[in-house]
Write a protein that binds this ligand. Structure first.
Ligand code: PXP
Length: 236
């Protein structure tokens, strides 16, 4: 299974001080060096983490693939057609949400989504639709011209360790199976952690997982001890 690393929260930290540190490009290069198969960023309408310039810079320097997550807006479509990332993942976006809360509703607007997808696919971009593991949404996604779906693993992640875990995992399994039978390729992501990710290996259709927050959170702790030691040395 491939790993796409979402580095939005490196940008969140950078933006907290308004400067360039931690450097997003450097973070992407470290992820690639560590074996990441792709780098994912979400360019939000409010630009709360990744910014336009980041996306253009990443496209220039990445040796793997840039996966641009974005909402279905005219503005984002134009940026995607300018940047030409290898992949675009279309996500729902609500301004006040902390993170992408649910999957894209494709079923109620197949035509609109198809019209949005077409110019991207025509430009050679691989398009993925971020949807909940629901039969209706998978069937609708298969009608849009998008080559991939990314199954929203949020419900599974939230139910991990509870009585609902098994049924949520089952929903992902069934959705992946159905998607494959309809000719769609399948990725997954959201809320996956070092603890809960193991079950994804039970879904043979999965090509790539997109994981962000938990990797960046672990990276902070993995580096904190040596960082404090180094500063202590400098002021000794
Ligand atoms: N996939 C999609 C489509 C997302 O919107 C996000 C969050 O930006 C992720 C994966 C990664 O989620 P997390 O940061 O919880 O690992």
């Amino acid at each position: 299974m491939l790993l796409g690393v979402n580095i939005d929260h490196i940008a969140t930290l950078r933006n907290a001080r308004g400067g360039l540190e931690p450097n997003l490009i450097q973070a992407a290069l470290i992820c690639e060096k560590a074996g990441a198969d792709g780098i994912t960023v979400h360019l939000r309408e409010d630009r709360r983490h990744t910014r336009d310039n980041d996306v253009f810079e990443l496209k220039k320097i990445l040796k793997t693939r840039l996966n641009l997550e974005m909402a279905l807006t005219e503005e984002m479509q134009k940026i995607a057609l300018d940047v030409k990332p290898e992949c675009c993942c279309l996500v729902p976006e609500k301004r006040q949400e902390v993170t992408t809360e649910g999957g894209l509703d494709v079923a109620s607007r197949v035509e609109l989504v198809s019209d949005f997808v077409k110019p991207l696919v025509d430009a050679g971009i691989v398009v993925s639709l971020f949807i909940d593991p629901d039969e209706e949404q998978v069937r609708a996604a298969a009608k849009t011209g998008a080559q991939f779906i990314e199954l929203h693993t949020g419900r599974y992640s939230e139910s991990y360790g509870t009585v609902n875990e098994k049924s949520e995992l089952n929903a992902l399994k069934e959705a992946a199976k159905l998607a494959e039978s309809l000719g769609l390729k399948v990725n997954a992501g959201h809320g996956l952690t070092y603890e809960n990710v193991h079950a994804m290996r039970e879904i043979p259709q999965l090509i790539e997982l997109n994981i962000g927050h938990n990797i960046i959170a672990k990276a902070v702790f993995d580096g904190l001890e040596s960082s404090v030691k180094e500063m202590k040395e400098l002021i000794k």
